[in-house]
Design a protein around this ligand. Sequence first.
Ligand SMILES: [Mg+2]
Length: 180
Amino acid sequence: MNNRIVVDIDNTLWDFAKAWWEYFKDVDPDVPPIELWDRWHFWERYPDKKMLHDTLKKVHLSQDKFLPYKGAKTFLTSLKKKGFYIIIASHREQEALEVTLKWLHQHELPFDEIHISYDKSVLFTNCFAVIDDSPSVLQKAEEAGIVRAGLLNPWNKGTDHPLFDSLEEVLGYIEGQLQS
Ligand SMILES: [Mg+2]
């Protein structure tokens, strides 16, 4: 079996949306609440892309101020125990690499490799599964014929991808895929 698994960070290992919303609110007090982020590209209504980019970057550069999801460590540790080679993949700037590594170590989140870029699908040709919340990433994984799963969020609700309420359930699904 190919034992490589690609694991996203934002909204997979921690509550990125909440942190982003907090930063965003300072710039636009009318930003809709997260429950209404029902489309992945909801923010296209904002013509100022620099503002979006700056707030995203601000969150990523202060990654070490935030906590991972409660189940994140157990999730990754369990994947390691199953023999997976974990590639942490995140859509963020290279400048955020150092603080991202610091955060992973700080919270003892095990991994084998880290991939920071704007296109994680380059990893899909040689892996078993992808864990991500982005509908477009999940779509690309489906097209690549690999196992895909993620946490259920307002922006991916209603898609036909395997989405779950907890990382524990995601793990259960991956284990099931190993057997099938
Ligand atoms: Mg994500």
